[in-house]
Design a protein around this ligand. Structure first.
Ligand SMILES: [Zn+2]
Length: 593
């Protein structure tokens, strides 16, 4: 009886899958589906049933799981942008999420170190820095006595460049990712790839077991990877690099809808002329990334294997431009509208190739951005542009005056605003232990204008006040790096004398989109509490696989179609704890047990 029920469910799922595919492919159409009727076993003979099942099995996607999951992370895309520009967005791009997806409008990072490397690690591990270990893009290494990049790995080489260069890997990552769990659950049958202009965005999205993470050589724009993943580029990627597609975008003018030139990607004599700087701050860079994504999908035959594949695309250009012009400039608006058009084209490609019923899409960002200080100041909002170097010198001056008046020392090696990296050796010379050193530095930072501070020692012991702010800094803790102090910046203070920068516990940095599109999701705007850590466990639950090792997110049950909702009696309202749903409800048939 149990076997018959299983056959019935698979049969119904296969029929529905086939039915939806006919409905949805090749055109781009969307859920929602009508509520599924109760399952009854059709009166067909077993042999006929098996024949139908075997013929449909080839077309059916992995027990009704999607063929492909694409997670799009837009670097520095603030959570309010979609509402701000909603009226300017035609159907197809962002509106796929807004109108036909499950859109969480109140999604905030619950930590303070809102940078690119930790943001991507958070989205794909479902954990914050105290789980995944990635505290910043770079940190002070007390053994190497220098700042190290979060993905640098001297045991690897860059793959795809003629000259040899040190490669990258996720070896500093302390937790696994959604892609790793997909690999484990399918014993490697799922393919996992990640793409970004930036190495850190690509590497942390993929995780340990990704088939490859791709990013670009900043000078030439060539797509590269690391020997950590593979010994050479695949043929399709080599062909892409030889096709002169990077050069295609150099010398082009980026124009707005009225034909006005917003900026040119042409090299200027005497100025740096790297692809990253010239093309990277224009929408051309996103076009370039999507061209590569299409080639990857085709070349690696994504969505055609026996298991669900995962592709992550982190669009870096939005961040490169946003730092320069801020969130309120007409250029950034034009960039967002261009991103919208690019998403629409890419979704159209996915629909044509797979039928969107066989794809799940997710959208988020690694962090937001504050306004340019002058924009905030013009509204009489206290705002300030600071120099991190001046701050560091000021803190070292205060510390020297207190600890070694006869011997001024560089006690603080670097301030990656608002995070100070201490030189343990300098403090040792003054016979000062870590806890005292960090507290003295924190006090000097307060004198220099920080509102408060948290020391590494304090965070390691979880000795913080039980406040919202305390929790954010606990989540920012990592055991990597040496001694450090996290300064709490005043709102709207930005390091750098031009442009703007993100790394604070405030909403302008923490608020990001979190949207899903696909058959399991009930379209609508959800104003319930959500965090980027919820993305990985929600997708893992729907796939019926383990959430990443350190995941603390919850399954966003309120956004699931009735067939995917918790069984009756289970709590369906949001809570801060992870909620699980039974794997059996994966079936499109609506049957659950
Ligand atoms: Zn940035």
């Amino acid at each position: 009886m149990a076997a018959n029920t299983g056959v019935a469910q698979r049969f119904t799922a296969a029929i529905k899958d086939h039915h939806h595919k006919r409905l949805l492919a090749p055109e781009v159409r969307a859920p929602p589906l009508p509520p599924s009727p109760a399952v009854t076993l059709p009166p067909v003979r077993l042999s006929a049933l098996l024949l139908v099942l075997s013929s449909l099995a080839a077309a059916s996607a992995y027990n009704a799981r999607p063929r492909l999951i694409v997670v799009i992370v837009i670097d520095q895309f603030r959570g309010d942008y979609l509402d701000r520009y909603r009226d300017d967005l035609p159907p197809g791009g962002f509106r796929t999420f807004l109108d036909r997806g499950a859109n969480f409008s109140d999604c905030n990072y619950n930590y303070a170190n809102t940078r690119t490397a930790p943001g991507h690690a958070t989205l794909f591990t479902g954990a914050y820095s105290n789980g995944h270990g990635i505290i910043d893009n770079e940190w002070w290494d007390p053994l190497k006595k220098r700042m190290v990049v979060s993905v640098e790995d001297e045991s690897t080489q860059i793959v795809g460049l003629a000259a040899s260069a040190k490669g990258s890997s996720p070896h500093y990552l302390l937790a696994d990712t959604l892609g790793d769990e997909l690999k484990l659950a399918t014993q490697g049958k799922s393919k996992v790839f990640s793409i970004a202009l930036k190495d850190r965005a690509s590497v942390f999205s993929g995780g340990y077991s990704a088939d490859a993470a791709y990013w670009i050589d900043q000078d030439s724009g060539a797509w590269i990877t690391s020997s950590y993943y593979r010994a050479s580029l695949p043929r399709w990627a080599e062909d892409f690099n030889h096709s002169k597609r990077a050069e295609k975008y150099l010398h082009q003018d980026w124009k707005d809808s009225d034909g006005h030139v917003l900026r040119s990607a042409a090299p200027v004599a005497g100025k740096p002329s790297s692809f990253y700087l010239l093309v990277g701050s224009t929408p051309f860079a996103n076009d370039y990334q999507f061209e590569f994504a299409r080639e990857l999908i085709t070349g690696e035959k994504l969505g055609q294997g026996p298991a669900t594949d995962l592709l992550t695309i982190s669009l870096s250009a939005n961040d490169i431009l946003g730092h320069q012009v801020g969130p309120d400039s007409p250029e950034l608006r034009a960039m967002i509208l261009a991103t919208d058009r690019q998403l629409a084209e890419f979704f159209e490609f996915l629909g044509r190739n797979f039928g969107l019923a066989n794809v799940w899409l997710a959208l988020s960002a690694d962090h937001g951005i504050p306004p340019l200080p002058k924009i905030a100041a013009a509204l009489r909002i206290p705002a300030l542009a600071l120099s991190a170097k001046t701050l560091r010198d000021q803190v070292n001056f205060t510390l020297s005056a207190k600890l070694s008046p006869q011997h001024p020392a560089a006690y603080v090696k670097e301030i990656s605003y608002p995070l100070a990296w201490l030189d343990a050796d300098a403090f040792a010379a003054a016979k000062i232990a870590e806890e005292d050193a960090e507290r003295a530095t924190g006090e000097a930072m307060k004198q220099a204008g920080f509102r408060a501070y948290y020391t590494r020692t304090q965070l390691a012991k979880s000795a913080v006040p039980s406040t919202e702010e305390g929790t954010k800094y606990l989540h920012s803790y990592s055991p990597v790096g040496g001694w450090y102090v996290m300064g709490v910046p005043a709102p709207f203070t930005v390091a750098g004398m031009s442009g703007t920068d993100h790394v604070s516990p405030y909403t302008y940095d923490t608020h990001v989109p979190l949207s899903f599109f696909g058959l399991p999701f009930q379209p609508g705007t959800y104003r319930t509490h959500a965090e980027p850590v919820d993305l990985a466990p929600t997708l893992a639950s729907l796939l019926g696989i383990n959430a990443p090792t350190h995941s603390i997110g919850r399954v966003l049950t309120e956004a699931l179609n009735p067939a995917q909702r918790p069984a009756s009696g289970q709590k369906s309202s949001p809570s801060t704890k992870a909620e699980r749903i039974e794997p059996a409800v994966l079936s499109l048939s609506g049957a659950s047990h």
